[in-house]
Design a protein around this ligand. Structure first.
Ligand code: FMN
Length: 188
C-alpha cells in the first residue's frame, strides 16, 4: 500500500471481530514501531504485550477513569456513554492489547522528546497494522498511577498509549480534517 493511502485511509476502530491476530502480523506491527525516529537514536520505548489478567485489571482502571471523566458529564450524549461503557468492559474485545511506554527521563531533553518519540512509534504501528488489514484504537491513559502500576512502569515513566488492535468489519467514515491552509501560518 502506498504510504499516503495508508495515512489517509487508516481509521480508529473500537469494535472488533473474533478473528485472532497471529504472531507474524503482531511482529510486523512491533517491527514497524522500532523504526520510528528518536532523538540521538535513543530508542527509549518499550512494548508491553498485555495478557488476560493484566487486561482485566486495566479495563477496570479504564472504566473508572471514564466514570470519573466523560461519563460524569451530564451533557455527554447517553448513546456515547453507553458505547464507552461497552468498549471499556473488554476493550471492544480486541484480540491484542499493547502498551507503548517510555522510562523515566533523566534530563529536560528526554522529558520533552520521549513522548514525541512514543507518538511516532505508535503511528508507525497503526499504519503497518492498517497495511495488514488490522485496525485499532490509540487509548490515552494520561498519567494514571494505577495503570502505571498494573503495567509495572517505574515512577516517572509514562504510557505513550495503549493500542487495542484486531480485525473489524465496522470501519467508520473519516472524521473531517481542517484544511492545510487553515492550519498553516507563514512568517516573513
Ligand atoms: C494521543 C491520542 C489519544 C487518543 N486517545 C483516545 C482514547 O482515549 N479513546 C479513544 O476512543 N480514542 C482515542 N484516540 C483516537 C482519536 O479519537 C482518533 O484518532 C480521532 O478521533 C480521529 O479519528 P481517526 O483516527 O479515525 O482519523 C486518541 C488518539 C490520539 C492520537
Amino acid at each position: 500500500m502506498e504510504v499516503i493511502k495508508a495515512i489517509h485511509d487508516r481509521r480508529t476502530v473500537r469494535m472488533f471481530t473474533e478473528k485472532p491476530l497471529n504472531d507474524d502480523v503482531l511482529n510486523k506491527i512491533l517491527e514497524a514501531g522500532i523504526w520510528a525516529p528518536s532523538h540521538g537514536n535513543t530508542q527509549p520505548w518499550e512494548f508491553i504485550v498485555i495478557g488476560p489478567n493484566t487486561r482485566r485489571k486495566l479495563s477496570e482502571t479504564y472504566l473508572n477513569m471514564m466514570e470519573n471523566g466523560p461519563l460524569k458529564n451530564p451533557s455527554f450524549p447517553e448513546d456515547r456513554k453507553a458505547a464507552i461503557r461497552k468498549f471499556a468492559t473488554n476493550f471492544g474485545d480486541a484480540p491484542v492489547l499493547i502498551a507503548v511506554a517510555c522510562p523515566p527521563a533523566s534530563n529536560d531533553m528526554d522529558r520533552y522528546d520521549f513522548p514525541l518519540t512514543a507518538g511516532a512509534v505508535i503511528q508507525n504501528m497503526l499504519l503497518e497494522a492498517w497495511d495488514n488489514e488490522v485496525a485499532g484504537v490509540w487509548l490515552s491513559f494520561g498519567i494514571n498511577p494505577e495503570a502505571q502500576s498494573i503495567l509495572e512502569i517505574n515512577e516517572g515513566g509514562f504510557i505513550g498509549g495503549i493500542l487495542a488492535i484486531g480485525y473489524s468489519s465496522n470501519i467508520p467514515a473519516a472524521p473531517p480534517r481542517i484544511s492545510v491552509e487553515e492550519k498553516t501560518r507563514k512568517l516573513p
